[in-house]
Design a protein around this ligand. Structure first.
Ligand code: ZN
Length: 273
């Protein structure tokens, strides 16, 4: 398992021949061809210095004590190819998943925060704080994190799972949604499941969380139980949703996702009952 630590500040860092670098082209990861074919065969960063115009550079932190930088290039290089963040994360190892997740969120924040939202002055980096500072009014911009709830609902031996409009496959997953300002996670969970599926739930139990870089979500994972209601699907968000017996589950998300961890935990809970 690799040790990952954040750098204490946002800065471009010193350019050096042998610094570990994780490359992006826009929102996509840039990887050597061998890793495109098999994302879980090695770490996605390297000491290779790629030529080409760099639109963003920053230090992310350290992996096993070595500095790791993020660099965004304008285009792919010979022998390297882009892969969508989602496709990479679904096929990566958990230890790399965590670092790429952090890198993608920091990069997104850095590339979308250029001016002070209070007075419009250009933001600058500062020492010893992972923030950007307005030199005019002293406002500090921190990386944005959007909390979401994600839940699997149990009814006897069945789980409520949905195929979202966002999914490009027949995969079924948990229901999820953003927490509104002023709402608790449990209130958001009850509201989202009722809005999306017409189901009232009870006994929400927090289980696990996971950062999810699309673009800056923090998923809070819950198990809960069916209380009342008939399935009534919000078709603006879902293609379909249904109750599935734990012995007849549809295509599920990859094992490193919080959705799959919740589904697996619910199945274990039901089998142990
Ligand atoms: Zn300002």
């Amino acid at each position: 398992m690799i040790e990952f630590e954040y750098h204490p500040a946002i800065e471009a860092g010193q350019d050096s021949e042998d610094t570990l670098t994780l490359y992006f082209v826009g929102e996509q990861l840039l990887l050597p061809q061998r890793l495109i074919d098999q994302p879980d065969s090695d770490v996605p960063w390297s000491k290779e210095t790629l030529a080409g115009e760099r639109t963003l550079e920053m230090v992310l932190g350290t992996v096993d004590g070595e500095t790791l930088r993020i660099a965004e290039l304008t285009q792919a290089q010979d022998g390297w190819q882009t892969i969508s963040l989602r496709d990479y994360l679904m096929n990566s190892r958990e230890q790399d998943f965590r670092v790429v997740n952090a890198a993608a969120q920091l990069k997104y924040w850095r590339s979308t925060q250029n001016y002070c939202s209070r007075c419009g002055t250009g933001l600058v980096t500062i020492a010893n704080d992972r923030a950007l500072l307005c030199p005019s009014c002293q406002y500090r911009s921190y990386p944005k994190i959007s909390p979401c709830v994600i839940a699997v609902v149990r009814k006897g031996r069945q789980l409520l799972l949905a195929n979202s409009n966002r999914h490009r496959t027949a995969m079924y997953s948990c229901l999820a949604g953003f927490i509104e300002a002023g709402e608790s996670a449990e209130e958001a969970l009850a509201r989202e499941i009722f809005e999306e599926a017409g189901i009232q739930v009870k006994n929400p139990q927090y289980l696990v969380s996971q950062a999810w870089p699309f673009p800056h979500q923090l998923m809070l994972g819950y198990l809960c139980e069916y209380d009342s209601g008939e399935l009534n699907i919000d078709t603006t968000e879902l293609n379909s949703a249904d109750w599935f017996d734990i012995d007849d589950l549809p295509l599920l998300p990859a094992s490193q996702t919080v959705a799959r961890k919740l589904i697996d935990a619910a199945v274990t809970l039901i089998r142990d009952c």
